[in-house]
Write a protein that binds this ligand. Structure first.
Ligand code: ATP
Ligand code: MG
Length: 503
């Protein structure tokens, strides 16, 4: 006969229950309650932190964003997951981070640091938090070194310094990406590490960008971080932070870096979509209340660090797309107020063939001129003045029938200066070339060239300066001074270059 011993049975059950509790520790594990559009509601995870990485049963990664009384709202980083209601989730104890390191240079990765270029795995040098606190005032230094874009009108009139945040803003197809890419191309000789973050773009557009970078040997010092339009909105949302984490890795090692966010309008839209699905209360234009913080905490991370911290820098070029040139919309005004200036691109100028289509009148750089090189600065102030006078005269002269000779001369000069500032894409100019061009404009050397021939003249002058070592270029590059001898050497180059085109 079997003897039943209730004590032994209850002990066994209690012991098993203990094990069960350990297995399902609701402090750190949970189950999926609801799932839709890559957003989940999770029961459990009582001790999870906001922004903590979660690991689902099928190894999919998620991030906990909404910590509510009864549940946790999280976003998934992968569309092709196998998660269903009831799937288990584990808190990892780690705030979202990505692998970083020098081996990422030359590679295309997604915002989780996973290679997207069908090449080998990348060996990292540690990890960095996606959301990292921006350096405080004491750890910063004021902007004092220029970041040359190679674009004549920007370097002369809207100069950018290392550590600055300069917004590129304009309607669609006005050349925003081109300005950012040309700036990356121009860093070949400057030793600045570049990061291009593509957000919500077509994969073909990113492929084009990568091709331009490859064709111009710029990939060796560039990392491309891409979350395309067909990627989950959660990835599009974290992409800029991932890019900033890569830049910070180099910045805190004392390196100068440049980061392009192309574009933050799409990141804001992704965040709006995510927030609405997470049932966060919508505010103006249906964006959640913390939309300003989305961009401000990102752009605050751009900095010029103090020498005690290695003197590294992160220069940020965020891009914003406007609708019908409306800069007073919600997201544009937010980002304008966070940045240190903006390069405004105009559709009308672009269609009129003035490319890059920069509207000089409303573009500004609030801190960059402190870092501009001396000769460029002195020459640029005259250029700005002449252009401003020209713009005024031009609009006024439309109503006048006969103009005096002086006004006609000023108009002719202005038209030529405007022609001088046109620049094809992917053809950056060095500081000495820029000075040479502006010098020939404001000193009147191009007044005698027909407008149609200005482009040929520019090509000639640049070719002439590049083809042989000369006193002018040497002096500017080594001393940043336009000595009398250097000026004479420059005038000779100008005279030869224009001799074919004199009216
Ligand atoms: P999107 O809104 O689609 O992102 P975008 O504002 O980034 O567009 P780009 O893609 O840079 O604009 O440029 C739009 C088109 O204008 C491209 O075909 C490009 O080749 C051309 N373009 C841009 N800059 C110049 C330039 N300086 N000279 C000639 N063509 C240019
Ligand atoms: Mg673009």
């Amino acid at each position: 006969m079997i003897k039943i011993c209730p004590d032994a049975i209850s002990e066994t059950i209690i012991a098993q229950l203990k094990e069960y509790n350990l297995m399902f520790n609701f402090e750190y594990t949970g189950t999926v309650l609801k799932l839709g559009d890559n957003i989940t509601q999770i029961y459990g995870l009582n001790q999870v932190m906001s922004g903590e990485l979660l690991e689902f049963e099928d190894k999919t990664i998620g991030i906990a964003l909404n910590l509510e009384n009864e549940s946790v709202g999280a976003v998934l980083m992968d569309i092709s997951h196998q998660i269903t209601e009831g799937s288990l989730v584990k808190a990892t104890g780690r705030i979202a981070e990505i692998p970083v390191g020098p081996n990422f240079l030359g590679r295309i990765v997604n915002p989780l640091g996973i290679p997207m270029d069908n090449k080998d795995n990348i060996k990292n040098d540690g990890t960095r938090l996606l959301e990292y606190m921006a350096p405080g005032i004491i750890n910063r230094k004021s902007i004092n070194e220029p970041l040359q874009t190679g674009i004549l009108s920007i370097d002369t009139m809207i100069p950018i310094g290392r550590g600055q945040r300069e917004l590129i803003i304009g309607d669609r197809q006005t050349g925003k990406t081109t300005i950012a890419i040309d700036t990356i191309l121009n860093q070949k000789i400057s030793n600045i590490i570049c990061i291009y973050v593509g957000i919500g773009q077509k994969a073909s557009t990113i492929a084009q960008v990568v091709n331009i970078l490859k064709d111009n040997d710029a990939m060796s010092y560039t990392i491309v971080v891409a979350a395309n339009a067909n990627d989950p909105v959660s990835l599009q949302y974290i992409a800029p932070y991932a890019g900033a984490a890569f830049a910070e890795y180099f910045m805190y090692k004392g390196k100068a870096t440049l980061i392009v966010y192309d574009d933050l309008t799409k990141q804001a839209a992704a965040y709006r979509q995510m927030s609405l699905l997470l049932r966060r209360p919508p505010g103006r234009e249906a964006y959640p209340g913390d939309i300003f913080y989305l961009h401000s905490r990102l752009l605050e991370r751009a900095a010029k660090l103090h020498n005690d911290l290695g003197g590294g820098s992160m220069t940020a070029l965020p891009i914003i797309e406007t609708q019908a040139s409306d800069v007073s919309a919600y997201i544009p005004t937010n980002v304008i107020s966070i940045t240190d200036g903006q390069i405004f691109l105009s559709n009308d100028l672009f269609n009129a063939g003035i490319r890059p289509a920069i509207n000089i009148g409303i573009s500004v750089s609030r801190v960059g001129s402190a870092a501009q090189t001396k000769v460029l600065k002195s020459i640029a102030s005259k250029l700005k003045l002449e252009l401003a006078q020209f713009t005024e005269l031009e609009s006024f002269s439309k109503f006048a029938s006969d103009l005096d000779i002086e006004t006609q001369k000023q108009l002719a000069r202005g038209i030529r200066l405007r022609e001088l500032l046109k620049q094809s894409q992917n053809s950056p100019l060095t500081v000495s070339e820029q000075i040479a061009l502006i010098y020939s404009g404001i000193q009147g050397y191009i007044d005698t060239i027909s407008v149609d021939n200005i482009k040929n003249y520019i090509d000639n002058l640049v070719f002439s300066l590049r083809s042989s070592k000369n006193l002018y270029t040497d002096t500017i590059e080594s001393m940043d001074k336009l000595t009398l001898e250097a000026e004479n050497s420059l005038i000779q180059h100008i005279q030869i270059s224009k001799s074919f085109f004199i009216l």
